[in-house]
Design a protein around this ligand. Structure first.
Ligand SMILES: NC(=O)c1ccc[n+]([C@@H]2O[C@H](COP(=O)([O-])OP(=O)(O)OC[C@H]3O[C@@H](n4cnc5c(N)ncnc54)[C@H](OP(=O)(O)O)[C@@H]3O)[C@@H](O)[C@H]2O)c1
Length: 343
C-alpha cells in the first residue's frame, strides 16, 4: 500500500472517491467529478501549433494523471488539437497501463474545432466531425467518448449541420453526450432551440471561461443553464495562473510561465486595478492560512451553477492547492465577500 497526497491507493488501482464528489452533468446521464483534470498543458499549451513541446512532458503527464486519480478525479478534459494530438495520445498511453478499475470508470471529455497542424482545416462541418471523432478514439485508445464538445462556435457551418452530426454520434453510441465550449448565450440559445425543433440531441453543458477574474457568464450564460437544466464546467479557474499570485506588479513574469509562453487572453489582467484586487485577495488567503490558488478554486466550488471545475496543472505540485480547496468551506456571505474584492 502506498500513500499519495494523503490518500490511500492500493497497488496500481487507487481507491477513488475519497475526496472528490461526483455530480450529474446537466441531464446527460453522465456523472463527472467536481474537479476535472484539464489536460490542455500536455505536450503543448492548448491548441497553439507553435507551442508544441513547451507543455507538460509525457512522464509528468502520467504523474499528474496518477495523482489526480488518487484524489478521486475521474473526469479528464482534453481536445483533439491540444499539443496537436499529444494530449489525447498521452491519456491513451496512460490508460493502456491501467486495468479495468480505471478504464471502466474514467470519464473523458474531448473536443473538436481547432486545426491539427499549422494551416490544416478546422471547424464543425459534419464531415470533419466524423473524421475527427475517429482520430480521437484512436489516440485515446477507447471505443467510446463519454463527453464530446464543440470547442468553439463555427460561424461558417449552420448549427443544424453540426447538431445533426453530433446527434448521429450519440445515436450510434460513439459519444455519450455533447456540450458547447466558448459559445455566447445567443449561439447557445439558437442551438437549444434547433435541437428542440428538429428532435436532435442538445448540448447538455457549457464549458466557458469563468473565475474570480472573469465572471461575464453569470449575466449571459447562467440564465440559460438555469432555464434548460444545463451543466456548467468552467475552464481557466485560476485565470491562467493570475489568481495564484505568481504575477507581480512591476515585475516580469516568472521564466517559463504561461505569461511568457501564451500571454494572449490574459494580458488584460495586467492593470493596477487587478493588482490591487489580487493583493487584497492575497491578504485574505493569508489570514485564512491557505494559498490564493486554493481559495480561488474553493470560491468556484461554492458557485451553485458550477457543476465541476476544469483545473489546468502544468506540474505535480499544482495539485496541492486543488486538494486544499476541497477542504475549504465558505458561507454564502464569505463567498460573496471574496467576489466583491474583484471589481
Ligand atoms: N474550452 C476551452 O477553450 C479551454 C480553454 C482553456 C482551457 N481549457 C481546459 O481547461 C483546463 C484548465 O484551464 P487553464 O489552463 O486556463 O486553467 P488555469 O487554472 O486558469 O491556469 C492554469 C495555469 O495556471 C498555473 N497554475 C496552476 N496551478 C498553479 C499553482 N498551484 N501555482 C502556480 N501556478 C499554477 C499554471 O501556469 P504555468 O504554466 O505558468 O505554470 C497553469 O498552466 C485546461 O487544461 C484545458 O483542459 C479549455
Amino acid at each position: 500500500m502506498e500513500q499519495r497526497l494523503g490518500l490511500v491507493t492500493l497497488g496500481a488501482d487507487p481507491v477513488y472517491d475519497r475526496a472528490v464528489e461526483q455530480r450529474p452533468l446537466g441531464r446527460s446521464g453522465v456523472a463527472v467529478s467536481r474537479i476535472v483534470l484539464g489536460c490542455g498543458n500536455f505536450g503543448g499549451i492548448g491548441s497553439a501549433p507553435a507551442l508544441v513541446g513547451h507543455g507538460t512532458s509525457r512522464d509528468e503527464a502520467f504523474r499528474l494523471l496518477d495523482e489526480a486519480w488518487g484524489l478521486g478525479i475521474t473526469t479528464l478534459d482534453t481536445a483533439d488539437a491540444y499539443g496537436l494530438g499529444r494530449s489525447e495520445e498521452y491519456i491513451g498511453a496512460w490508460l493502456r497501463t491501467k486495468g479495468s478499475a480505471v478504464r471502466d470508470r474514467v470519464v473523458i471529455a474531448t473536443k473538436t474545432f481547432n486545426p491539427m497542424a499549422e494551416g490544416a482545416d478546422r471547424g464543425l462541418s459534419a464531415a470533419r466531425i466524423r473524421r475527427q471523432v475517429e482520430t480521437s478514439l484512436a489516440r485515446l485508445s477507447v471505443e467510446r467518448i463519454p463527453l464530446y464538445l464543440a470547442h468553439e462556435f463555427d460561424p461558417d457551418v449552420p448549427q443544424e449541420e453540426t447538431l445533426g452530426a453530433f446527434d448521429a454520434l450519440v445515436r450510434r453510441g460513439t459519444v455519450g453526450a455533447v456540450g458547447a465550449s466558448n459559445f455566447t448565450a445567443e449561439q447557445l440559445a439558437e442551438a437549444l432551440e434547433l435541437s428542440a425543433l428538429e428532435g436532435l440531441t442538445r448540448y447538455e453543458w457549457v464549458q466557458n471561461g469563468f473565475s474570480l477574474l472573469a465572471r461575464e457568464n453569470r449575466q449571459t450564460v447562467f440564465p440559460l443553464c438555469h432555464e434548460h437544466g444545463l451543466g456548467f464546467t468552467p475552464f481557466g479557474p485560476l485565470a491562467g495562473g493570475w489568481l495564484t499570485g505568481k504575477y507581480r506588479r512591476g515585475e516580469p513574469p516568472p521564466a517559463g510561465s504561461r505569461m511568457t509562453l501564451r500571454p494572449e487572453g490574459s494580458e488584460r489582467y495586467r492593470t493596477d486595478a487587478t493588482f490591487d484586487a489580487l493583493e487584497a485577495f492575497e491578504r485574505e488567503a493569508r489570514e485564512r492560512g491557505v494559498s490564493m490558488a486554493a481559495l480561488a478554486l474553493a470560491w468556484l466550488l461554492h458557485v451553485p451553477e458550477v457543476t465541476a471545475i476544469v483545473v489546468g496543472p502544468s506540474r505535480l505540485e499544482h495539485l496541492g492547492p486543488v486538494r486544499d480547496a476541497l477542504e475549504i468551506t465558505l458561507t454564502e456571505d464569505e463567498r460573496d465577500a471574496l467576489e466583491r474584492i474583484f471589481p
